[in-house]
Design a protein around this ligand. Structure first.
Ligand code: PMP
Length: 315
């Protein structure tokens, strides 16, 4: 799948055409995966007047935390990153749903796989994006034979480029076996997360998700779901989950910036609940989409509303 990128990118301290934002094949990050990135969505507001960037401040903070794990030193604060992103959204002039990819990387052409003292850069690019997984039908999930990388190998809590080889192993296996998405166990054999998303189950009316110590990304959608559940009076629990508990769950769903809220129909060929979208999943999904589209203002402070002057495409 080749996605058409929007015209402008932030690269080496300035906004330039995406087509010119290129790095060398010898780059440390390309060779060793020494990059940290974010994935952020912007949603067209129901009014048609703004692009609503979901939890931009939280994404900027997590991006810089991921960069800290890689001992990166940058001249940017989280609010600088926010300003760069909102400026680029305006400049790209796409009044529609978008996906924003900020990326911090080690640009040196350098052979030693180390983190310290080799310099860092920030780049941002973006593209139009609709749903990544289908939201109308249920997802078929498969418990992967690939373990989620443990914290003391490569930390899953941050979005580190090289770690996504682990996700790619699991995603390929799931798709080749006829499923949509993988569920990875950690090296202790407990449920961790999907290849590019966090996971929730509902059992006996309790919304349950694994803790950070289960080797999962510190997911921003996950945190949002927990907050929405608390406000809606849905009991929730953050605790370790066994594989076979998922087989007994009444509902399960993936969540993340890309997948949004995607309900799971089966796990390892076993139907989840009665094989339909469950009531708690439905409630969370409705609240989430009403929020990002600007219909429900209860979580209005999660949105950075950018007025986007529509401009003609340069290409
Ligand atoms: N886990 C992994 C491995 C991911 O790549 C993602 C997507 N960023 C998530 C979880 C969900 O995180 P978020 O809700 O912050 O997008």
């Amino acid at each position: 799948m080749h996605t058409k990128m929007l015209d402008f990118a932030f690269f080496e301290g300035q906004v330039i055409p995406f087509a010119d934002a290129n790095i060398s094949i010898g780059t440390h990050c390309v060779q060793y995966g020494t990059g940290a990135f974010a994935g952020i969505r912007g949603y067209l507001d129901d009014s048609g007047e703004t692009v609503n960037i979901f939890r931009l401040a939280d994404h900027a903070r997590r991006l810089l935390n991921s960069a800290r794990l890689l001992r990166m030193e940058l001249p940017y604060t989280p609010s600088d990153v926010e300003r760069i992103i909102t400026g680029l959204v305006e400049q790209n002039g796409h009044l529609g749903d978008i996906y924003i990819r900020p990326f911090i990387y080690k640009p040196a052409v350098q052979l030693t796989p180390r983190l310290r003292g080799i310099g860092d850069e920030l780049a941002v690019y973006m593209m139009p994006m609709g749903d990544y997984l289908s939201l109308d039908r249920g997802q078929k999930a498969l418990v992967s034979s690939w373990f989620r990388i443990p914290d003391n190998a490569i930390p899953s809590r941050g979005k580190l480029s090289g770690a996504y080889v682990n996700s790619a192993f699991a995603k390929d296996e799931a798709e080749e076996k006829g499923a949509d998405e993988a569920i990875m166990l950690n090296t202790m054999g407990k449920i961790a997360e999907g290849s590019g998303c966090n996971l929730f189950m509902v059992r006996n009316g309790v919304l349950t998700t694994p803790p950070f110590s289960s080797d999962i990304l510190e997911g921003i959608t996950r945190r949002s779901v927990l907050a929405m559940a608390a406000d809606a009076g849905i009991p929730s629990e953050v605790r370790e989950i066994d594989r076979t508990e998922l087989y007994l769950a009444d509902e399960a769903f993936f969540c993340g910036t890309g997948v949004q809220i995607a309900w799971i129909e089966s796990i390892d060929g076993r139907t989840v609940g009665n094989g339909a979208r469950g009531p708690i999943t439905q409630q969370v999904q409705t609240r989430f989409f009403d929020t990002v589209r600007g219909r429900d203002t209860m979580y209005g402070d999660w949105l950075t509303k950018v007025r986007v002057p529509e401009v003609a495409a340069v290409s």
